[in-house]
Design a protein. Sequence first.
Length: 253
Amino acid sequence: MNNHDLQSSRQYSAHPLLAVKGLTRRYGGLVAVSDLNFEIRAGEILGLIGPNGAGKTTTFNLLSGHVKPSGGEMLFDGASIAGLAPHAISRRGLVRTFQHDSFFRDMTVLENLVIAANRQWRKRIDRIESAHAIAARVGLEKHLDMEAGSLPHGMQRLLSVGIAISTKPKLLGLDEPLTGLHTVEVANVLHLLRTLCREDGTTILIVDHNMKAMMGICDRFIVLQYGKLLAQGSAEEVRNNPEVILAYLGTTQ
């Protein structure tokens, strides 16, 4: 299924779930993110792309509260989240994964998912039921008794996504979820993301270097270069933008 098919089969709102205005982060004399403005619409899959050093990770960390902004505003579901701690932002419904998997490696898949369900459910029986449901959702129902650290890399990525969606986020941020995955594993993750967006209405922000996969799944793109907004638009618009081509390839030819 190509990007056009995805867009025609999924409706997303013009209402911005997240509005970023003038977002800036300075490290001494270095400006990692400069006067950034963009929106994420409710119900869409937005790709955040750019060459190495473009400021993608810093932007991700700013949105999730792991880095404090030097200036600017971030409105999530109409309320300011600029300067809030990561746990406070997460509680409001903006949840992220990391480049390096964040789970308890010496615990089983089931134990990790039960812990992740703590915020949603008080009773242990409910947490266990939730863990089983999430495991089935991400394709790990046959691996519940395996230690997380012993899972193949692709399954570890799926577990990280499972932990994140256990909180039922409004906006799910995925930091390089496809890195190191083989073709079948990439297809499994993309299928999961499509399902989350279509069936659950989860809005998704994704950063990844697998451009073929990104072009196939994202509704829109934000392109960064040197911490600034270089371009935004559909896959076709971004793919044919001379400035984007120049930023990635060093030439417009």
